[in-house]
Design a protein around this ligand. Structure first.
Ligand code: HEM
Length: 191
């Protein structure tokens, strides 16, 4: 499928997701930042468990497992929470939409992978306003760092070669559904 279709059809959902994660303010405080890291912990754990178990099913191809496993970022969030002395192994998580096919799994994954792009901007901003450095406390947003662009391009290549045009609608529906879970989960309770 053409990645541009995902971008165009989820533009409005991206705006809502961006609004649900209001970290780009100069007045951002530490407690507020940690609150959002904790919400992200639930979201990312739910996503990585669901994606891992879907990709791990016997009927799914090996390349899919590798694509999912290489892109996990949960440990970065845990490091950040440890840095702030706020790591708790028990936390709530959202319920994710079903992903019945490889195309819908990849459509949902588009959301989490795309968030690494905005994450680069957020990482630089929170370092500045909260006085963080060396990725300590902002490892999740810095993510794969200078590899981010290349990994994103590679993932776009996966969408283009592995999602047949006819299944583009299923990928878009899965992306929209995951964006919506993300936004409502992040808004579920303010600090
Ligand atoms: C403050 C929050 C955010 C900012 C400032 C932001 C910013 C950006 C920017 C600048 C890009 C384009 C990068 C490029 O073309 O090189 C982008 C792409 C993207 N972002 Fe965000 N973002 C934010 C939050 C999110 C969240 C929370 C999600 C998902 C849960 C998300 C998902 C995506 C996706 C899927 C793309 C790829 C769009 C495409 O090119 O197809 N973003 N974001």
């Amino acid at each position: 499928m053409d990645v541009r279709r995902l971008r165009i059809e989820t533009r409005i959902d991206h705006e809502a997701a961006e609004a649900s994660l209001p970290l780009m303010r100069m007045g951002l405080g530490r407690a507020e930042y940690v609150f959002y890291l904790q919400r992200l912990q639930g979201m990312v754990a739910a996503w990585e468990d669901a994606a891992g178990s879907q990709a791990g099913r016997g009927t799914r191809p090996e390349w899919l497992r590798a694509t999912v496993n290489l892109r996990q970022r949960r440990s970065f969030l845990e490091q950040d929470l440890v840095h702030f002395g706020q790591f708790n192994a028990e936390f709530q998580r959202p319920t994710l939409p079903e992903m019945h096919s490889t195309s819908s799994l990849l459509g949902a994954m588009y959301v989490m992978e795309g968030s690494t792009l905005g994450g680069q901007i957020i990482g630089r901003h929170v370092d500045r306003v909260l006085g963080l450095a060396g990725g300590k406390g902002s490892a999740y947003f810095h993510g794969h760092g200078e590899l981010t662009g290349a990994m994103w391009k590679e993932f776009c290549g996966v969408l283009e070669t592995r999602v047949p045009e006819a299944e583009g609608g299923a990928a878009v529906a899965a992306a929209k559904a995951l964006f919506q879970v993300f936004s409502s989960w992040m808004q579920g309770g303010k600090p």
